[in-house]
Design a protein around this ligand. Structure first.
Ligand SMILES: [Mg+2]
Length: 271
């Protein structure tokens, strides 16, 4: 059974870290098209060029190097693009650049300490988005084909940890509903800190970095892997099922101590 980071203990010599949204879960496009973007337009009362704003939201969050960025960082970016002279937007951006934890809890703490209309709206937007995601039909929130088989096979040699920047409740619900949670040993999400921090905490459980692989779909996943000198296996956007089908080849390489370098393939596919 999957446990929190604090409770988790190393069982095997190898560790597979896996991102959730857009990597194991085929959820990103629907969430951004139907929840994050429309909630932004609603809460921040965007009335001009609405479609352009929604398209820009999707570019930032789905189709550029910033794909998979934490929701509050994505929000800060679009706010600063729309309102470049607004001081409060700049303050919000600064918070997203500097805070160790980016979650509703840390945002609430920030609001208690210094207030700020943008911060309050950001919290409301996040909450409205959560409600919208919850009301998405289950068919819009499923795992990519092949994830279950891949994790099941990997689990013979690897401990499996979810490393996600989404919120804990959403991640747990999705993985449980898709029957994947039983294949995981540890869950780390936004309240544990950023992905790089979570991987470093997992290394502290006793794994050698070369025996760890981070499986992800976004540039931030690659960066988190590089910062910790662990292997990176990309789930390529629009080729997700194929990527999951081929992961065993890379896991074998890691077990054999052979080098893994899929960075170029990943970057070429994203840009
Ligand atoms: Mg992702």
């Amino acid at each position: 059974m999957a446990v929190w980071l604090n409770e988790f203990k190393k069982n095997k010599n190898y560790l597979l870290c896996v991102d959730s949204d857009g990597c194991a879960m085929d959820t990103m496009t629907a969430k951004h098209n139907k929840c994050f973007g429309p909630s932004f337009v609603k809460v921040f009362k965007i009335t001009k060029n609405t479609q352009n704003v929604l398209d820009r939201w999707n570019e930032i969050n789905l189709y550029q190097f910033s794909r998979g960025v934490n929701r509050f960082k994505g929000l800060a970016q679009i706010l600063c693009e729309l309102y470049p002279k607004d001081d409060e937007c700049k303050t919000f951006k600064k918070w997203t650049d500097e805070a160790r934890e980016l979650s509703e809890a840390s945002l609430k703490k920030q609001i208690d300490e210094s207030g700020g209309e943008t911060f309050k709206k950001a919290l409301l937007w996040s909450q409205v988005t959560n409600v919208a995601i919850k009301s998405l039909p289950d068919r819009e929130k499923k795992a990519f084909d092949g994830v279950r088989e891949a994790l099941k096979e990997a689990r013979e040699k690897f401990d499996i940890a979810i490393v996600s920047s989404a919120n804990f409740v959403a991640v747990k619900e999705e993985w449980e509903r898709c029957g994947l949670l039983e294949l995981c040993d540890c869950i780390t999400t936004q309240q544990d800190g950023g992905k790089a921090h979570c991987i470093s905490e997992l290394i502290n459980k006793g794994y050698k970095p070369q025996k760890i692989v981070m499986v992800g779909d976004a540039f931030g996943d690659l960066q988190a892997a590089e910062q910790n000198n662990v292997n990176f296996y990309p789930i390529l956007v629009n080729h997700e099922v194929e990527s999951w089908k081929n992961i065993n080849l890379t896991l074998e390489k890691i077990i054999n101590g052979d080098p893994v370098d899929l960075k170029k393939e990943f970057l070429d596919n994203l840009s």
